[in-house]
Ligand binder design. Structure first.
Ligand code: UN1
Length: 514
């Protein structure tokens, strides 16, 4: 099929094959059981078949990673760091290839696809440093001749389940940290993005060969829910780190808990920015448009609600709408230099967007701009949409829900208390922002009585977090923290050690015995 404004599917398949080959993926896997396909949201077409896993082959991958664990656990952490350092070099070398695959499979525009690969490179650097900094504390003992300390040990196999929207960065947050922590990893990417996963895995395997790490330090399993479930229910998976919808998290958490496994969840967001009357409105517009319309609204950190003081709400809405109008002729082929808004991942995202817009209008909302489908004539299975802004009379049920598409709801507030109440009045708690020049207001929003999210920003949007901080959120977002700061602790187990170097055996708490 040739599509006028879009590249054709065969051409994309060819580009994907070439990028895969350059990353070291020559054959699309040995037959392991299930027939799968690689698709592209750019045209909605099927690229080529890919061998998917079955629950049985996933089980074998867990067994292999489990068998590799003792050797990896016993490898000194800085030597484990050498594997991740080499991976970082290879990611740099193949940045263009990986970005190409991210655009083909996830539909991200070029600059965001490159940014996502950069995020992986950044995590590698962070993890390499960390490999010499897995610090435990020492505490003063209450007993003479005793020392009290803690040590951190590798956990075992870490299962990593990732979503389509960050097909590689979220894998790297988990995997690079888990690897330097001495864990082995089994990765189940979204079934929508198998190719980027194969490419990353091939580069990691090359790094493993070159640095002498065991091959089974990392395995990738492809497929649908049944493959993910094999990781969820396997007692050898010491930690399951899952990114996706709240519904997925609700299904996964009790199953992992039932076998006393650990889980780390990074689920939905319903992120808002509060715009105070003193805010620099140009910053508000630039920050909001990137956060709300960037990645076609498909980040878990995407801005979904703009809570604006009533004195400036009309002006802010007008300016945001004007900025959205500039986006209108920049929706389309994510490979094109001028494109800012690529496709939605597929029909489900589009249907969810349509339904949310209809619901919002039924609730008294007014669509100020956007919402229409684009390029349908060019590719009937591709879902390009105009990002939408909707003025809402209140925070109705549809606003409290996460719709994974570019819809920005605008709400008005009168007092900061009211803004915080609206802000926190949703089930999710991932990312948040306040735009203000008033320091007291900013501090109140940052305080424990302010935003209830895991990420709270001032004068920048809700998305695009750096890797150095801990990433994750509260409530329905699942409570997990990944990537920077001390998130590594989730990938290790802590032992508390008391060492007696005196000749006596005094008991703690003054207890006397024998
Ligand atoms: C996600 O959407 O799952 O902060 C992760 C951001 C990115 C990561 C988003 N660094 O928007």
């Amino acid at each position: 099929m040739h599509t006028s404004g879009l590249p054709d599917t065969e051409h994309l398949a060819e580009r994907a094959r070439e990028a895969l080959a350059r990353c070291g993926v020559d054959r699309l896997r040995e037959p392991v059981g299930a027939a799968g396909t690689a698709r592209t949201p750019v045209t909605g077409g099927i690229l080529f078949p890919v061998e998917f896993d079955t629950a049985a082959s996933a089980e074998r991958a867990v067994a292999a990673a489990h068998a590799a664990f003792p050797a990896w656990r016993d490898t000194p952490a800085p030597v484990r760091g050498a594997l991740v350092r080499r991976l970082g070099e290879l990611l740099r070398e193949h940045k263009g290839d990986l970005a190409e695959l991210v655009t083909i499979e996830a539909g991200k525009i070029r600059s965001e696809a490159l940014g996502e690969v950069q995020e992986m490179i950044d995590v590698c650097e962070f993890a390499v440093g960390l490999s010499r900094q897995l610090y435990g504390r020492t505490m003063p003992s209450e007993r003479p001749g005793h020392r009290l300390m803690e040590t951190w040990h590798p956990l075992g196999v870490v299962g990593v389940i990732t979503a389509f929207n960050f097909p590689v960065a979220v894998w790297s947050w988990n995997t690079c940290i888990a690897l330097v922590c001495g864990d082995t990893v089994v990765w189940k990417p979204s079934e929508l993005t198998p190719l980027t996963a194969l490419a990353c895995h091939a580069l990691l395997m090359r790094a493993a060969r070159e640095t002498g790490a065991p091959d089974d330090v990392h395995r990738v399993v492809l497929g649908d829910r049944s493959v993910g479930e094999a990781l969820v229910d396997d007692a050898r998976v010491a930690l399951l780190s899952a990114t996706g919808s709240t519904a997925m998290g609700r299904a996964v958490a009790p199953r992992v808990a039932a076998r006393m496994g650990r889980y780390l969840l990074e689920l939905g967001g319903n992120n808002a920015a509060v715009v105070a009357p003193s805010a620099d409105l140009d910053l508000v517009v630039r920050g909001s448009v990137f956060a709300a319309a960037g990645t076609a609204g498909q980040r878990c950190t995407s801005l979904r609600r703009l809570i604006v003081h009533e004195d400036v709400v009309d002006e802010v809405a007008e300016k945001v709408v004007a900025a959205y109008r500039q986006l209108e002729d920049r929706i389309g082929d994510p490979f094109a230099e001028e494109t800012l808004v690529g496709p939605l991942i597929g029909e489900r995202g589009y249907t969810a967007m349509r339904e949310a817009l209809d619901r919002a209008e039924a609730d008294g909302g007014r669509v100020l701009v956007g919402g229409a489908r684009r390029l349908e004539q060019d590719a009937k299975d591709a879902y390009y949409v105009e990002p939408a802004v909707v003025r809402m009379p209140g925070q109705t049920e549809v606003v409290r829900r996460e719709t994974f598409a570019p819809i920005l709801y605008v709400l008005a507030y009168r007092t900061l208390e009211e803004a915080v109440e609206l802000h926190n009045g949703v089930p999710q708690g991932l990312s948040s922002a306040i735009f203000t020049r008033d320091q007291q207001e900013a501090e109140r929003f940052l305080s424990s009585a302010g935003s209830d999210c895991g990420i709270v920003n001032v004068n920048i949007g809700t998305s695009g977090a750096e890797i150095g901080g801990a990433f994750g959120g509260e409530k329905d977002t699942g409570g997990g923290r990944e990537s920077g700061s001390d998130s590594w602790k989730a990938y290790m187990r802590r032992a508390t050690n008391t060492v007696n170097f005196g000749g006596e055996l005094p008991l703690a708490q003054g207890v006397r015995f024998l």
